[in-house]
Ligand binder design. Sequence first.
Ligand code: C2O
Ligand code: CU
Length: 445
Amino acid sequence: MAASGTLDLAGRSAQTSLFNGTVGREIRLNAGDELRARLTNRLAAPTTIHWHGLALRNDMDGVPDVTAPSVAPGTLFDYQFIAPDPGTYWFHPHVGVQLDTGLIGALIVEDPNEPLRYDDDVTLVFDDWLDGVTSTPDQALANLSENGMDMGSMGDMDMSSMEPTAEGMGVSRRQPLGEDTGDVTYPLHLVNGRPAADPFVVKARPGQRLRLRLINAGSDTAYEFSVGGHQLSVVASDGFPVEPVAVDSLVLGMGERFDVLVEAGDGAFPVVAVPLGKPGEPAFAVLRAGSGETPKPARSQRGGRLLQYRDLVPEESVRMSKRQPDRTLTMDLTMEDGGRAWLINGKRFPDHEPLDLRPGERVRLEFINRTMMFHPMHVHGHTFGLVGYGAAPGVPGLRKDTVNVLPMQRLTADFDADNPGQWLTHCHNAYHGELGMMTVLSYVR
Ligand code: C2O
Ligand code: CU
């Protein structure tokens, strides 16, 4: 049920919208099982649920005017579909900027033949929060569409005379996604609906192996994640397994997920997601294994080895075959009017020209970012392989459904057109999407 409600944020109460009264509630099922979920809309506005990352049937994808009508206030809709692939997914509405309320949840599809070994499995949902505290998402959107982005930020530079490259521009260890990563100011960053002052606690025994499923459900914030004093063994990206890689921290763009294995030390440790390019307290939780003083939230977690996409090689079972693309579709990403509009191929959604393809094709997507902001680009209903990452040259490697396209970067992703329908493709910055950075991949059986 979607309804308005009150969220207690360490003694501060925020009026917001919630699924079943909570933020980040988790649904778990086994791969191949049918998910049945009844959405009863008790909000004042129409809403939907989109099941982010799943290759599901198109009419259950929850995109108004593209896959199915929205669910009107006072009515209900039954979602019902098979969850085909194991992994870490999530869900949220696909109406306006409702994503920036409490209407978010985790969807965990377990593998009945799970090859990984671990003692416990914990989901951490990160979220940038303003609703009912400093403003509402609708006010933040109105502010951006009236005033555009912060003047003087790199993001509003005119890049029209430069050509995007494979490396992108203006990124560094300290600013892995560039200088301007978002334009909305958030008073709080939450883990599983809880602020740093009342942190979520992961309980373990020293030496236990934990699988942490990390989900960035934020609307305008990328996070750098780390666990104080621990190495992270990265084992999955957007639900799909990768060959394990040991790092100290990793970046999650909006909509991205990573699964990591962590071997709990003896004591209490800070679990931190630093909002990149934004001031203030991080999203913070505590890993408690054994005794020790509870750590304080601190931003100073950074250093050591940061995960790069090029470190990741898909597990053999999910590698895409080598094949020449049958069709190349270009997505030119631009900004207009000082950030009041964000465009794909010169159009501002809902104005768009659907990108047509045919079932059975190998389709190549060319993302060309002509702006100085990164865009976490998400394709519905498919998982693509990044060309040139984690595979031989020209072969699709790392599997993802949401990929951070860096400032002034050109990035190529291939997918197999095996799930006909009308599939939204968009920037998962909720504000960029709403200000136009969306289009549709279209094919029928
Ligand atoms: Cu999280 Cu259009 O999706
Ligand atoms: Cu964007």
